[in-house]
Design a protein around this ligand. Structure first.
Ligand code: KIV
Ligand code: ZN
Length: 546
C-alpha cells in the first residue's frame, strides 16, 4: 500500500506551536475565530492545541472540534506527549470532530534522552511504540513525532519510525526542533528515511521545523523534493523562539514555482493543478487576523504578507511595473487577497450594505458582533467620508477580539504640546463596576495616559513594545495600535484601532491589562508554555508507568 498523496498536505500549527510565541496567548474564542479562518483558507489539518496542557487548551480543542471539525472541514488535531493521560485528554477533546487526529511525540536525540527524559534508547523505543498503539485504540488517524529528529542518530531514528509505523502511525513527522539543519542535510535525512525504513510507504512523511537560522522554509522545500508530503507550518511563521516555517511562504513558493516542483510529486512539469488545497486569496486576511489577535506584528519586508511585499520604491522598478507587471513582480497581489483599497461604503450606507460587504470580505459575524461592528462603522463614518475594505477589516478584527471587558475605558483626555507637560486624565470602569478617575503627567501623551491607567489598575507591568500603524493613507486614517507588556516572566499583548491614536493606545493597553488580570485571577493550571520542560520531566515518570 502506498499512502503518499500526490499533493502537499498543509498542517497548520498556529494555534499550538504558534501560540507558544511569548505573549501570543489567545483565549478560547479568539482561537475559534482563527480556526474558522483557517478552515476558509482550506488548510488540511488544524493542530488546535495541546488538550492535556490546561483546561483552556482542552476547551479550545473541543470547541474547534465541534464547530470547525465538521463534514467537509479540516482534520482537527491535538498534540499529546507519549503518555496515556495526554492521549486520553486529546481523544476526549477531539470526540466531536468528524475527522480527528492525535499527534503524539517523544524525543529521540541523545541529548534530550540524557538530560531531559533520563531514559535509554530502548525505553524510548518501547514508549513510542506502545503509545502509538494506545492512540490507535481511540482513532485511526495517528501522527507520531520523534522530537529533535534532526539531532538524533539516524539509525535509531529509522528504528523508531519503523516501529511506530508498524504500531499504526499514519503520519510520521520529522521535526527540526531547534532549527539547526540546512536544506541539503534535511533533504538527505528524508531520503535516508525513505531508503532505510522498510514500511515508510505506509505512512505520510511530514516535516516540522523552527526558524532559528532563518532556513525553515528552504529546508521544507528541499524535504518536498525528497518525498515529504505534509508541511507543518504557522501563519506569519509565528512560534517558539524564532518561529516555525511560514505557511504563506511555503504555499506561495509551491504555487508560483509549481512547474519546478511538479515533477517531484509525480506530475508533468506544465501541470497547472495547484500543489496545495489552500485558497491563496485568503492568505493576507489570515495573516492580518493572526497578527491582530496575537499582537505579533508582521515586519514590513516579510515575504508575501509584509506591507512592502508588493510595493515598488525605485523609479526603475515603478517604470517597469507600469509598462508590464511581470517586469518586477513574480506574483499578483490579488492572488493573496490583497484587493485594491476599494472605497465601498460611506456614512449613509445601511446595515444591509455593511453586512453584505463583510460577507464578501469573508467575515460571517453573529448578530451581536455585527451590531457592535455596525455601531463602530457609523462612528467611523462621522469622522471619515469614505470607508475602505481595509477600514472595515480593521473594525471587524478589533471587534472580534475576545478580551474580557474587565476594565473598561470610559474617558480619556490629554493635553500636550511643545510648551505643555503632557497630562492625561482617564476614567475606567473596574471589574467590580466602580468608576475611577485619575490623572498623570508623562514624557508624552501616550506615556501620560498609560501612567494614569496604571494608577487606577494597580497591577505592576512593564511596557515592552508599542507600535502604531495606519490602516490606509490620509489624514483621517484609522490607526492600529499594538502593544506588549511584561508582568513577571509573562508577556501580554493588546490591540486596538481608532481614528484617534490616543484612544487606540489607551484601549490597546487596557486589552493587554485585561488579559493580564484574567491570568492573575484564574485558578492555576498546567501551562504548556514557560514550564514546558517541567511538565516534560514530570510526565516521563508517568510514561514509564504507562
Ligand atoms: O518542535 C517540535 O519538535 C515540536 C514537536 C512537538 C513536533 O513542536
Ligand atoms: Zn515545534
Amino acid at each position: 500500500m502506498n499512502t503518499q498523496p500526490d499533493r502537499i498536505i498543509i498542517f497548520d500549527t498556529t494555534l499550538r506551536d504558534g501560540e507558544q510565541s511569548p505573549g501570543a496567548t489567545l483565549n478560547v474564542d479568539e482561537k475559534l475565530v482563527i480556526a474558522r479562518q483557517l478552515a476558509r483558507l482550506r488548510v488540511d489539518v488544524i493542530e488546535a492545541g495541546f488538550a492535556f496542557a490546561s483546561p483552556g487548551d482542552f476547551e479550545a480543542v473541543q470547541k474547534i472540534a465541534q464547530q470547525v471539525g465538521v463534514e467537509g472541514g479540516p482534520i482537527i488535531c491535538s498534540l499529546a506527549r507519549a503518555i496515556r493521560q495526554d492521549i486520553q485528554a486529546a481523544a476526549e477533546a477531539l470526540k466531536p470532530a468528524v475527522n480527528a487526529r492525535i499527534h503524539t511525540f517523544i524525543s529521540t536525540s541523545d541529548i534530550h534522552l540524557e538530560f531531559q527524559l533520563r531514559k535509554s534508547r530502548a525505553e524510548v523505543l518501547s514508549i513510542a511504540e506502545e503509545m502509538v498503539d494506545y492512540a490507535k485504540t481511540f482513532m485511526e488517524d495517528v501522527e507520531f513525532s520523534p522530537m529533535d529528529a534532526v539531532r538524533s542518530d539516524p539509525e535509531f531514528l529509522y528504528q523508531v519510525l519503523e516501529r511506530t509505523i508498524a504500531a499504526g502511525a499514519t503520519t510520521v513527522n520529522i521535526p527540526d526542533t531547534v532549527g539547526y539543519t540546512t536544506p541539503s542535510e534535511f533533504g538527505a535525512l528524508i531520503q535516508g528515511i525513505r531508503a532505510n525504513v522498510p514500511n515508510i510507504h505506509q505512512a505520510v512523511i511530514s516535516v516540522h521545523g523552527h526558524n532559528d537560522l532563518g532556513l525553515a522554509v528552504a529546508n521544507f522545500l528541499e524535504a518536498v523534493k525528497s518525498g515529504a508530503r505534509q508541511l507543518e507550518c504557522t501563519i506569519n511563521g509565528i512560534g517558539e523562539r524564532a518561529g516555525n516555517a511560514a505557511l504563506e511562504e511555503l504555499v506561495m513558493a509551491l504555487h508560483v514555482r509549481r512547474q519546478y516542483f511538479n515533477p517531484y510529486v509525480g506530475r508533468a512539469a506544465e501541470s497547472e493543478e495547484p500543489l496545495t488545497a489552500i485558497d491563496t486569496r485568503q492568505l493576507y486576511k489570515t495573516s492580518r487576523l493572526v497578527s491582530n489577535l496575537t499582537g505579533i506584528l508582521v515586519q514590513p519586508n516579510k515575504a508575501i504578507v509584509g506591507a512592502n511585499a508588493f510595493a515598488h520604491e525605485s523609479g526603475i522598478h515603478q517604470d517597469g511595473v507600469l509598462k508590464n507587471k511581470l517586469t518586477y513582480e513574480i506574483m499578483d497581489a490579488q492572488s493573496i487577497g490583497l484587493t485594491d483599497n476599494q472605497i465601498v461604503l460611506g456614512k449613509h450606507s445601511g446595515r444591509n450594505a455593511f453586512r453584505t460587504r463583510l460577507k464578501e470580505l469573508g467575515f460571517d459575524l453573529g448578530d451581536q458582533e455585527l451590531n457592535r461592528a455596525f455601531l463602530r462603522f457609523k462612528e467611523l463614518g462621522d469622522k471619515k467620508k469614505e470607508i475602505s475594505d481595509w477600514d472595515l477589516e480593521a473594525i471587524v478584527n478589533d471587534e472580534i477580539q475576545q478580551v474580557p471587558e474587565l476594565f473598561r475605558l470610559e474617558l480619556v483626555q490629554v493635553s500636550c504640546g511643545d510648551r505643555a507637560r503632557p497630562t492625561a486624565t482617564v476614567t475606567l470602569r473596574t471589574p467590580e463596576g466602580q468608576e475611577l478617575t485619575d490623572a498623570a503627567i508623562g514624557t508624552g501623551p501616550v506615556d501620560a495616559v498609560y501612567r494614569a491607567i496604571n494608577r487606577v489598575v494597580e497591577i505592576p507591568n512593564e511596557l515592552i513594545e508599542f507600535s502604531v500603524q495606519s490602516v490606509t493613507a490620509g489624514i483621517d486614517a484609522i490607526g492600529e495600535v499594538t502593544i506588549r507588556l511584561r508582568h513577571g516572566d509573562r508577556v501580554f499583548s493588546g490591540h486596538a484601532a481608532n481614528t484617534d491614536i490616543i484612544v487606540a493606545s489607551a484601549e490597546a493597553y487596557i486589552h493587554a491589562l485585561n488579559r493580564l488580570y484574567t491570568t492573575l485571577h484564574r485558578p492555576t493550571t498546567i501551562s504548556a508554555k514557560p514550564e514546558q520542560s517541567a511538565i516534560v520531566a514530570e510526565s516521563y515518570s508517568i510514561a514509564g508507568e504507562a
